[in-house]
Design a protein around this ligand. Sequence first.
Ligand SMILES: Cc1cc2nc3c(=O)[nH]c(=O)nc-3n(C[C@H](O)[C@H](O)[C@H](O)COP(=O)(O)O)c2cc1C
Ligand SMILES: Nc1ncnc2c1ncn2[C@@H]1O[C@H](COP(=O)(O)OP(=O)(O)O)[C@@H](O)[C@H]1O
Length: 307
Amino acid sequence: MAEIVKADDAFDHGFFEGTSCAFGVFDGVHRGHRFLLDRARDTAARSGGRSVALTFDIDPDEVFHPLRLKKLMTNEERLSMLASTGVDAVCVLPFTREFAASSPAEFLAQTFDGTPPAYLHVGFDFKFGARACGTVDDLDAWGLAGGTKVRAHGLKSDDGAPITATRIRLLLAAGDIEEANRLLGRPYFMTGTVEPGRGEGADLGFRTANLEVPDQLRPLGDGVYAAWAEVGGARYKAAVNVGVAATFADRATATCEAHLLDFSGDLYGKPVKVEFLHWLRPMRAFDDMDELIATVKGNIAWVRENL
Ligand SMILES: Cc1cc2nc3c(=O)[nH]c(=O)nc-3n(C[C@H](O)[C@H](O)[C@H](O)COP(=O)(O)O)c2cc1C
Ligand SMILES: Nc1ncnc2c1ncn2[C@@H]1O[C@H](COP(=O)(O)OP(=O)(O)O)[C@@H](O)[C@H]1O
């Protein structure tokens, strides 16, 4: 696991000496991101410096587009996943409105403060500084003047269309979990702490661990999915309802409900990670409780047999 270094007031910019940095927000840490990070690892290996994932503490969209935010993971998850990609360090820049308003030149001067890295890897469409007006051309000019080799990469693609977080979010919204997972290079997951629900699961014959995942962290479309649930270091097959249960929309608050197969016990207050693998059906409102029960039991049986 790489060290995670926060570029706060006490940060020594000498950290960047000889480094190969890959710069980005990296929401999702998808295959495109990993490709860029691997390029930084390549130049670090050749030049003898350290490889660094250079990123922000929050997603800039949290500041600029809070209403249409649909993040693939929390900031903590993003930083810890970046730390497990094989880079030597993750350097976390505090993102503030003030910092974002600085000109491209100020932005770079503040970020590196006199110690520019040996290599800086970005996507060819990378933008930075006030109103995102800094381009790769600006980076090239800055690199030439200060001794940084700037490498702008085409976005990774394996089917003609580049792998981007936006593309993955759209796939998730449509419930196309298999294709989203392929582009992510791992199963899409949601995390949360188990909250008490309405206590009806036991009566219906299937208990569900209820998570209240906020909208901004739920790009996955409403529906019923086959998943793996991880809790307390153990993994269970799970049948999962995403979205507020339509039948009980007036009283329910959970946005992700997981029935863990072959589990019994108390999960209240425990952190759960749900990895989604297959879409099973749309979520719907049932008039008849017996039909709801039979349908959910059918979904649970499918998960048991097919996962
Ligand atoms: C696999 C699965 C599928 C579900 N599908 C639906 C559904 O289509 N519509 C719905 O209203 N509720 C659905 N639910 C939610 C149940 O209605 C809910 O778990 C039940 O009301 C118990 O609620 P409680 O845990 O808050 O007591 C589903 C639950 C699971 C585990
Ligand atoms: N197989 C299981 N899957 C999910 N939760 C379970 C399971 N077995 C026991 N539980 C526990 O039961 C709780 C859900 O019970 P339930 O009757 O559905 O009530 P509620 O959803 O209102 O909390 C879970 O939060 C968990 O603590």
